[in-house]
Ligand binder design. Structure first.
Ligand code: ARG
Length: 357
């Protein structure tokens, strides 16, 4: 009789525990939902592992918005969420591209040899430079790394890495762009895009409120570009040379090009639904002149150097489709992480134990 009572009690208790377990299961499932194309649980987890760069691979290159930059057109807020403005003493000096939650790529010529990070800040999430907009974020510069190859105007190595003073949280307006793996080829004729707040013709500022401009530019192969730059060179002027770490894009007829103030900004190409950073606005002879297309620094030439500064940076092979979340550390897809499973297992064992007692 006593045993019976105990068994009954145990059974009731077991039911309650099963219900509790179910509740935990349901709550556990509900805690992580996708926002801005990323999972906040992954973010928390990555941050707690001290390894936030890994997550960029799952987020990068996919804006959530719809869908001197001479001859360009207005872009809309959120269209190029990795575009940043590098500001010196609060004034726009160059463009740049967000590549993780605390790194920016820009041009080396945006900085003097020993520029102090304290003079600079980075503006993120902006479309119009001159308006107040709740999604704008200004962050200090922690460190500046100019590529040591850079030796002045129109030379190789016009690339710099800037570490933000603090990591940023991604939003609809702040998303990194993907970096291409070293073997990704951007074929001549491929239609890519450049963006910037630079001049709209030589010496002419972008008018207020300074909406980010976008321009579609086809990739020009290096042979053709060298030939173009050798046309009509001044008598005592050697033609500017296109180095192997440079890539031309734009139009032989001129009219449309990047210009002063666009430097450091992204030349980007969409492959397999993902935007890749193909180049960095570097130089050109004048702006939008005939036979003088824009010259960009090739990102693929600097994978080793970027890895050296950011060891866990991901480089994307667009053919593989980078969106697969599996194999990326402990990244979970819907809140059912290892901690959760261990807790559930322990609870289940304990409940069974009580039922069978
Ligand atoms: N070097 C210029 C800057 O500092 C812009 C270079 C682009 N020029 C060109 N013609 N595409 O902003």
């Amino acid at each position: 009789m006593r045993i019976m009572v105990q068994k009954q009690g145990a059974t009731k208790c077991g039911l309650a525990e099963v219900l509790l377990l179910l509740a935990v299961l349901l709550i556990g499932r509900g805690t992580c939902t996708y926002h801005y194309g990323y999972n906040p649980c992954e973010e928390e987890e990555a941050l707690s592992r001290g390894n936030p760069v890994i997550r960029s691979k799952q987020v990068c290159g996919r804006p959530t918005a719809l869908n001197r930059n001479v001859g360009g057109e207005d872009s809309v807020a959120g269209e190029w969420p990795w575009q940043v403005s590098l500001m010196k003493m609060g004034k726009h000096v160059c463009g740049g591209a967000l590549i993780s939650n605390d790194w920016i790529v820009t041009a080396a010529h945006c900085f003097q040899q020993n520029s102090s990070p304290s003079q600079f800040n980075v503006l993120l999430g902006a479309n119009k430079l001159e308006n107040s907009w709740p999604h704008k974020l200004s962050i200090g510069v922690g460190e500046i790394f100019r590529n040591p190859r850079y030796a002045g105007e129109a030379t190789s190595g016009d690339i710099a890495l800037v570490r933000l003073a603090q990591p940023v949280r991604f939003t609809d307006y702040i998303i990194p762009i993907c970096l291409p793996a070293a073997n990704v080829h951007f074929p001549p004729g491929m239609k890519c895009w450049v963006t910037g707040w630079g001049d709209i013709s030589e010496g002419q500022d972008l008018p207020a409120p300074k909406k980010l401009q976008k321009l579609q530019v086809p990739i020009i192969d290096t042979q053709t570009c060298r030939r173009l730059y050798s046309i009509d060179t001044g008598d005592n002027m050697p033609p500017k040379s296109i180095q192997d770490d440079m890539m031309c894009a734009g139009y032989a007829e001129g009219m449309r090009d990047t210009c002063k103030g666009d430097s450091g900004g992204p030349l980007m190409c969409r492959m397999n639904k993902v935007w890749l950073l193909a180049g960095i606005v570097s130089w050109g002879e004048g702006c939008a002149e005939r036979n003088r297309p824009g010259v960009y620094i090739r990102l693929t030439s600097y994978q080793g150097w970027i890895r050296w500064h950011i060891p866990d940076m991901e480089f994307i092979q667009p053919s593989q489709g980078h969106i697969k979340v599996k194999n990326i550390g402990a990244g979970r897809t819907d809140g059912m992480g290892p901690t959760f499973f261990v807790t559930a297992l322990l609870l289940a064992v304990w409940t069974l134990n009580r039922i069978l007692a």
